[in-house]
Design a protein around this ligand. Structure first.
Ligand code: FAD
Length: 425
């Protein structure tokens, strides 16, 4: 009998195991490596992460672990690409580079935006109240379709928090007249391991880690307390902690009531294709990461692993990654080779690289990227969580808590669960 079975070897599962007690915990991970979304891979001596991944952890518990790894520090300076223009982030504070007629429309619509209020029916209403209709329609609403894969009017707003900056009239006017605007991004310092990719931050947690790879949980019996894996092996548990996505967890559990199954089916997450590109030139581009608004360009975001750390590429080379999001409601329907062709054209359109700069392109799929905040998310999540609690399954991490957690918050989710379980011992 295993004392603690932990499902999922991402940062949440690993942190939970580390703080609980390595000896009595076993992590079962479906992939052939640990790290989950915080994982990194090598392709032709280039290191790539699964998505942007820079750390802005504040918690001393997380910093105490991450800071053991040598790291670089950055002042984040995200940019926006819009119809050939490179605009400082956020666009609403930095209208300077827009053509004069667009700038006027942005400002007029901002001034007519009306009263702000406490509660909004949906994200579209929230955007209109902060930025006015013109800015909202041109920028965040288009980005919403690319990133959240749905219309802003279908989303709720609790997730927004400090992620979107709400400017004053003065800031809008100032940013329309000069590009000497102050930095208002909600994070002031970002960190990245000097070598080995983002996964290296997990290094100090993984000594003596008891992790079994290539073990996909395919059935859980909550009554007799066992898990079956895809290789037909079976393990009994006293305690079970899961970081696997809630809908997947409900799908492999025996005898779940219909109400819970239906609620779990309403929990929607985006999936992601990441196109990683190796380039045969150093310093191919100078922006660490940027958001893309143009509808004819599929990726929502792009970034340069070679700028995060020069150790991510062989000497004389650069690298880029592009994130393309899909959901059950929005499919890209493009083969990997067509996607690579598309990215190549985009890089040329954005004047970042030419075909003869490319060394290779690689496409990887990530099944669960971001949780989508539909209006019924909290009710459905509660139904699922209450049921799992009732049968003794503890949920951690981004997809166990089913929330918009950054890597440090997923770490803390695992760590806090370990403290709770230790109290019960
Ligand atoms: C594109 C993108 C960019 C991001 N950028 C940043 C950033 O810059 N900074 C930051 O702090 N955070 C960032 N994050 C958030 C961060 O990646 C997550 O908060 C964190 O990695 C989640 O960790 P987790 O352990 O909760 O989940 P996961 O990493 O998803 O771990 C869950 C694990 O469960 C495994 N699993 C699934 N099903 C099964 C099964 N049936 N059996 C066994 N194992 C299974 C999976 O393979 C996975 O390894 C980003 C996320 C995305 C999607």
């Amino acid at each position: 009998m295993s004392n603690y079975v932990v499902l999922g070897g991402g940062i949440a599962g690993i942190a939970c195991t580390y703080f609980l007690d390595n000896k009595s915990c076993t992590i079962y991970e479906k992939d052939d490596d640990y790290g989950g979304l915080c994982g990194s891979t090598q392709i032709n001596n280039f290191t790539f992460d699964k998505g942007l991944h820079l750390s802005f952890a504040k918690s001393s518990s997380v910093r105490g672990i991450f800071d053991k790894v040598p790291y670089f520090t950055y002042n984040p300076e995200p940019y926006n690409y819009y119809k050939g223009l490179w605009i400082k982030h956020p666009i609403q504070n930095n209208l300077y580079k827009l053509p004069i007629d667009e700038k006027m429309k942005c400002i007029k619509s901002f001034l007519e935006r009306g009263e702000s209020k406490e509660n909004f029916n949906n994200y579209e209403e929230w955007l209109y109240a902060q930025y006015g209709k013109y800015i909202s329609d041109k920028f965040p609403k288009l980005y919403t379709k690319k990133y959240w894969c749905d219309e802003a009017r279908n989303l709720e707003t609790k997730w927004v928090s400090n992620r979107m900056y709400s400017p004053s009239v003065d800031e809008i006017l100032y940013g329309a007249m000069t590009d000497m605007t102050k930095d208002v991004y909600y994070v002031k310092e970002m960190r990245y391991p000097k070598s080995g990719g983002y996964k290296s931050f997990l290094g100090p947690l993984t000594d003596n880690l008891n992790i079994k790879l290539n073990k996909k949980a395919i059935l859980i019996d909550g009554k007799y307390k066992y898990v079956v894996f895809n290789d037909n092996s079976k393990v009994y548990y006293e305690n079970i902690i899961s970081s696997i996505p809630l809908p997947e967890l409900i799908g492999i559990l025996k005898d779940v009531p219909d109400e819970v199954i239906n609620a779990s089916k309403r929990l929607i997450a985006t999936s992601m294709k990441i196109v990683s590109v190796g380039l045969n030139k150093p310093d191919i581009f100078n922006k660490l990461w940027f958001y893309i608004y143009d509808e004819n360009i599929l990726p929502a975001r792009a970034y340069l692993p070679s700028l995060k750390s020069s150790n991510n590429v062989p000497e004389g080379c650069s690298s880029m990654q592009f994130e393309i999001y899909e959901s059950p409601y929005k499919k890209i329907n493009m083969s990997d080779s067509n996607l690579c062709e598309h990215i190549e054209k985009c890089m040329m359109e954005m004047k970042i690289a030419h075909s003869n700069d490319l060394l290779f392109m690689d496409v990887k799929s990530v099944d669960h990227a971001n949780i989508v905040f539909y209006k019924d998310i909290y009710d459905n999540r509660k139904i699922v969580h209450n049921y799992l609690k009732g049968i003794g399954i503890h949920c951690i991490g981004r997809f166990g808590e089913w929330d918009y957690l950054w890597s440090d918050q997923s770490f803390l989710s695992g760590m806090n669960m370990s403290f709770e379980l230790r109290k019960k011992k």
